[in-house]
Ligand binder design. Structure first.
Ligand code: GTP
Ligand code: MG
Length: 149
């Protein structure tokens, strides 16, 4: 689902999406929010509103926060702002194919107890012409929740 008009409230797009899914008998909805900055209060409030609106219609089973491994210690502050507004249940650490290893995520995990659930190790590749893009995501260690690299 996409916004029906430019500038539509993201929470209203989310609402319409869940409504559509329920009408059509679709069991799983993935909501991807874009361009959020932890320093922009308005955008963070929107995130809380999206969550509230969805919860009125259906249970939310997972909220993943995607963190870039190239981020420094400032990432802890970024993550905390999102945790406060979105009720995050899992972390995703991307760009582990580079030299950065996302050490700040360990600090986030230590403070919050939220596990790292997926690791991104590349931009994905096409296996053969016409085939769908394969993802280079993989689960992190199930036992510790820590990256296994
Ligand atoms: N090398 C590498 N590149 C990645 C990885 N994950 C994402 N990227 C690249 O990083 C860029 C940004 O990724 P997006 O998925 O657009 O980021 P986003 O968090 O959705 O950004 P917004 O929607 O603008 O908030 C793209 O060019 C991706 O291909 C990864 O694990 N490794
Ligand atoms: Mg995006």
């Amino acid at each position: 689902m996409r916004p029906q008009q430019e500038g539509q409230d993201p929470a209203s797009v989310a609402y319409q999406t869940i409504e559509f899914a329920q009408r059509e008998g679709i069991e799983i909805v993935i909501v991807d929010t874009a361009g959020r900055l932890h320093t922009k209060g308005g955008l963070m409030d929107e995130l809380s509103k999206i969550r509230r609106v969805i919860e009125k219609q259906a249970p939310i089973s997972e909220v993943l926060l995607v963190l870039d491994a190239t981020t420094g210690q400032n990432g802890v502050m970024q993550a905390e702002a999102f945790l406060e507004h979105a009720g995050v249940t899992g972390l995703v650490l991307t760009k582990l194919d580079g030299s950065a290893k996302g050490g700040f995520v360990l600090a986030v995990q230590e403070r919050t107890g939220i596990p790292v659930k997926l690791l991104g190790q590349g931009e994905g590749s096409t296996t053969s012409p016409g085939s769908p893009r394969t993802s280079s995501f993989r689960p992190s260690s199930a036992e510790t929740g820590l990256p296994t690299t």
